[in-house]
Design a binder for this molecule. Structure first.
Ligand SMILES: C[S@@+](CC[C@H](N)C(=O)[O-])C[C@H]1O[C@@H](n2cnc3c(N)ncnc32)[C@H](O)[C@@H]1O
Length: 313
């Protein structure tokens, strides 16, 4: 591994990183620590490198790269800095309004006339659970409005055990409640001082589990047994990856969608997803897509005509 030393940090400024430096960080982490980060988007890696160089007051990015090679603790901090797990309840208001007013009522109504009757939802990259709980609250509202329970299952997965532990705990501080309506706060949280905890009737709706979207050996989370999801939310994680990995993740979630099922992504990911041949944008300007094949399974004969999904396990 060769570390060039011409990237000296000027006063109050880290120089713009070249592709060469990004390749060096990939090489350092691979050879010194046995970690693979080449799947991440190059500019994301570059920005993370700039940030840690500045935070550690390194004299140059090259000096920081040397430290990364020698200091396992700093290397772990750097690796951790690549796991961005920020999330919010009802994170994108427009997207959630479209889900609430159009997509979820349509899906619930379609379940009345087709089989299987259970609504299947996957929050892929769920972080501390806010996305899955937001959808669960909206569906609970719908069930209350029609005075009938909605058979449903929400599978929420993440590659981070730490994020999943928070999600399962389901307790959030006051700052996390910014986008939560007063009515939802009253109906779906129990309060203790500054802590807001998801009530048990909502907890029963969501199954959290560890799942790496890059796992090439499975088509969907083993906890869900099979794909056939009516709705998948895969928000704000695609843009951290290289284009070929983005495509791989999109192919996977697309295959896991039921015919005519919906995919929601982050706003900043809309342009990436819009290029996918099997998806069409249905609610611009929000990043809500539908699997192009409109056929919804009406009975077992229809189901038999379809190609089986690849096994989940
Ligand atoms: C920025 S958060 C977004 C959380 C939520 N989807 C949202 O939009 O608010 C990205 C999440 O994706 C998870 N993630 C990243 N790569 C993943 C992968 N390969 N498989 C599963 N989860 C992943 C991260 O651990 C993190 O919790």
């Amino acid at each position: 591994m060769s570390l060039s030393n011409n990237h000296v940090i000027e006063k109050n400024r880290v120089p713009r990183l070249t592709g060469e430096l990004v390749n060096e960080v990939i090489s350092v982490l691979r050879h010194a620590h046995g970690w693979e980060v080449s799947q991440y988007d190059a500019s994301f890696l570059g920005k993370s490198l700039e940030k840690r160089s500045a935070v550690t007051a390194s004299t140059s990015v090259t000096a920081y790269l040397r430290r990364l090679a020698e200091d396992r603790t700093e290397a772990e901090v750097f690796l951790h800095s690549l796991s961005i797990s920020f999330s919010e309840f009802f994170r994108n208001p427009l997207t959630f309004a479209i889900l609430e007013q159009l997509i979820l009522p349509t899906l619930v109504a379609s379940k009345g006339e087709s089989r299987p009757a259970e609504l299947r939802i996957w929050s892929a990259g769920c972080a501390a659970g806010q996305e899955a709980w937001s959808v669960a609250m909206m569906l609970e509202d719908l069930a209350t409005a029609r005075a009938r329970p909605i058979p449903l299952r929400i599978f929420a997965t993440d590659v981070s055990e730490a994020a999943l532990a928070l999600a399962r705990e389901g307790s959030y501080n006051t700052a996390a409640m910014q986008n939560v309506r007063l009515r939802h706060l009253r109906d779906y949280f129990s309060t203790s001082g500054e802590s807001y905890s998801i009530v048990s009737r909502l907890r029963d709706r969501v199954v959290f589990s560890l799942y790496d979207l890059l796992d090439a050996h499975s088509a969907c989370p083993p906890t869900s047994l099979y794909g056939d999801f009516d709705l998948i939310l895969c928000c704000n994680l695609l843009f951290y990856y290289q284009p070929d990995i983005q495509q791989q993740v999109l192919d996977k979630v697309c295959r896991a969608l039921a015919p005519g099922g919906y995919l929601v992504t982050g706003e900043a990911e809309k342009a990436i997803v819009a290029k996918h041949q099997d998806l069409r944008l249905v609610a611009s300007p929000a990043a809500v897509f539908q699997k192009k094949n409109q056929l919804r399974m009406r009975d077992e004969t229809d189901m038999k005509k379809l190609q089986p999904l690849p096994p989940c396990l």
